[in-house]
Structure formats: C-alpha cells, structure tokens
Design a protein around this ligand. Structure first.
Ligand code: SF4
Length: 286
C-alpha cells in the first residue's frame, strides 16, 4: 500500500487555503471523504489541470469550491448529465462527479442510472449520510426503514435503495462502498475507481451528526460516535455474501461489489462517429 501524504501537503497543494474553513458542521463526514479523494488523486499523480470536479446540491457540494481544480456546480440531480456532456466533449479529461444521496438517487436518480447504463468514463462519488442534511434532515432514498427524520417523525415506512446494487444492475464497470471511518480502504477504493475505464461508482457512508445523528441510530450521536458506529457495523462484502438478510439489517456492507470491463461509451461512440464520417456505417449494417 502506498504511503499517506501528510495532511499539510494535501492542504497546500489542493486547497484554496485563504477561504478555509469549510462551512461543514464539526464532526461532518464530508471532510474525510474529500481528504481520501485527494490522497488517491495525489497517489495516482494526475496533473490537476486535467481533472474536472462536478458537484451537486447538498452539503458535500461545497467541497469543490475549496479545491484547486476546475469545477462545475450542477443543478439538482443533473451532475451526471453535466459530467456526461463534458466527458463527450473532452474525453481527455478526468471527470469526477460528487453528489449526495438525495441529489443522486432521488432528484437525479434517472440521470444516475442512465450514466451507469451507458458506462461512460466518469467516476461518481456519493456521500451517503442517509438524509437531506443541508435542508434540515428530511428522509431521502437511502434513509433506513424506520429512520426518524423531520418528515418521518414516527419512523419511515419506505425501504431504502441499496445504491451499490442499483449501480451494478444499471451496468457500471466498477462499484464499491467505503465509510468515512475506514479512510485507508477508501483511498484504495478511490484509486481503483479513478483508474478503471468506464463508469465507476463509489458510495461513501458519511456521518451527519447535525441532521441525522441527533435522531438516529442511537439518538444524539456526535460525529466521533457515528464514526465508531460505522466501524462497529461495517461488514466486508465477501463476508456479507454468507449472511442472512436479517443478520445484515443495520450493517454497512463495504468493499468492491463489481469490477468488470464492459466497453466504455465514448470509445464505442467514436467508432460510430468515424463510420458516419466515412459514410460507410449505415451500408454495413443494412
Ligand atoms: S448538516 Fe450534516 S452533512 Fe451538512 S455539514 Fe452539517 S453534519 Fe455535514
């Protein structure tokens, strides 16, 4: 495993330090997620000028504002659409989409599943804190059944999406889940996702002590307590394969869900474009 780069080095190289601190609450998990991403980018050694971050709506969306990369801030749920357009126009760029669970799986669920289905070469990172943190803690598409929120004060009746399984079924080439607690594993997962061809997806379980932790899962949990909750409840995907649905209730299945090599969309599209340019493609198919 490659070494971790000192925090100060990451900060000086990748952050606009003059506008720090971020607006995140004390104990928020978005900082750990962002740090792990930067460690992975640093380890890979990409030129920052060749990376574009596209953020969505939600607390995690603040991240890109503080980083020394070109970035776009998308409308609600439209991050995959903007990332798709950019990747098609500039396939040479590394396009990284960063979204929250509500933004990605509710408002923009349609865009997300179709980006995965096309298998276009972007990496999507979801900060899943089980709630709409920024708007006050309403329930979202990943809030666990029974979860308490400002819009489900008696407990949520809806079952949650399993985002990783959704992405596997949709066609993504690489799908994995980590947590804000397991930072070393998260850096490795980011590195693998960023360097894998096709649509790659990382779900990060992040703690939101302000909007989710004070009501769930142990009521009034601080950020550090929620991190320990992640530690206690994480189950490697290989072990989870042998467990019952009942015994997995409340657990966080972590690791790599799929690692495959479906053809990448841009590469295939370029072949069609070249056939069309020569005027031969239609005749060949007819
Ligand atoms: S509301 Fe939650 S997700 Fe938003 S900054 Fe605060 S702790 Fe983080």
């Amino acid at each position: 495993m490659a070494p971790i780069i000192p925090h100060a080095e990451i900060r000086e190289k990748y952050f606009f330090t003059d506008i720090l601190p971020t607006p995140w609450c004390p104990g928020c998990g978005n900082g750990s997620m962002g740090h792990a991403l930067l460690q992975a980018i640093h380890r890979i050694g990409w030129d920052p000028k060749k990376i574009v971050l596209i953020s969505g709506i939600g607390c995690n969306g603040y991240l890109t504002r503080y980083l020394r990369f070109d970035d776009l801030h998308a409308l609600h749920g439209r991050t995959p659409a903007m990332a798709t357009g950019l990747k098609m126009a500039r396939p040479d760029l590394k396009v990284i989409a960063i979204q929250g669970d509500g933004d990605a799986a509710a408002i923009g669920g349609n865009h997300l599943i179709h980006a995965a289905r096309r298998n276009i070469g972007i990496t999507t990172i979801i900060s899943n804190n089980y709630t709409y943190g920024r708007t006050g803690g309403q329930y979202g598409p990943t809030t666990p059944k029974g979860g308490i929120s400002t819009t489900s004060p008696y407990g949520l009746e809806e079952p949650p999406f399993d985002l990783c399984n959704l992405m596997v079924a949709s066609g993504a080439n690489f799908v994995a889940r980590g947590t804000a607690y397991h930072v070393l594993q998260l850096i490795d997962l980011f590195e693998r996702a960023l360097t894998h061809p096709g649509f790659t997806f990382i779900e990060v379980i992040t703690q939101c002590p302000t909007s989710y932790g004070r009501k769930n899962p142990g009521k009034g949990m601080s950020g550090p307590e929620m991190l320990l909750w992640q530690k206690k409840n994480a189950v490697p995907v290989e072990k989870a394969a042998g467990m019952t649905e009942e015994s997995l209730r409340g657990k966080i299945v972590t690791g790599i869900f799929i690692d495959r090599n479906r053809p990448e969309y841009n590469t295939e599209y370029e072949k069609i474009r070249q056939r069309a340019q020569k005027g031969t493609g239609r005749e060949e198919r007819n």
